[in-house]
Design a protein around this ligand. Sequence first.
Ligand code: ATP
Length: 227
Amino acid sequence: MSPSKPDAGALGVLGGTFDPIHFGHLRLAEEAREALGLAQVVLIPAGQPPHRDVPQSPAADRLAMVQLASAGNPGLAVDDGEVFASSKSFTVLTLERLRALHGAQRPLVLILGADAFNGLPGWHRWQELFALAHIAVANRPGFAPHGRRWPGTLSPELDAACAGRIDTDPAVLHRSPAGRVVPFDMTPLAISASLIRDLIRGGQSARYLLPDSVLDYIGLHHLYRRT
Ligand code: ATP
């Protein structure tokens, strides 16, 4: 990615293992871009994710699938910085890199599903994330908090970190470079990468849960056939 112009607008940041990328991720990115007025959403596949088991498919394949899935949508970009890094994929390091690239003033908006947001206190240097970016949180079926039922449903430490930061008006994301937490509603899609892996491993169809181009790639490269 190249450095942005001063008036480039708010940039959405959606990290994930993307093992594989699916319509839940893509709608999250697309709906966040529209609902929050973001100039673009950059998808960042993790190389070695620190918060979960080792991904089942290699980083190069997960990157290729993200590139296929986002092809043709100028509202989406792909950042391969974590895939080719030698260190673990810590979001705080990625945001420091993006902040250096895009300058101190450009609003950065870290987009998280509710499950990822709830797990924030387990992340490396998580309290520093608020100084680097805004955080936008989408509902995800099966995970609380759901959209606008805040505050009061978070863990005490997350609740404390979010005190005074939560705002339901996306306009706040454009008034400062970082520091606000904005819940937003997206079309609820109970799709997960683990569901897709399970279906493929079981010889069942995963069609219509993810782009055909990604499903074709999975078939061609024999991904997720074995545990
Ligand atoms: P897995 O099933 O392997 O745990 P996943 O489907 O949760 O994977 P991740 O790559 O771990 O996908 O998720 C990346 C980001 O996308 C996280 O912030 C997560 O909350 C969000 N996300 C994934 N699927 C959905 C969905 N269906 N709806 C809303 N957010 C989602």
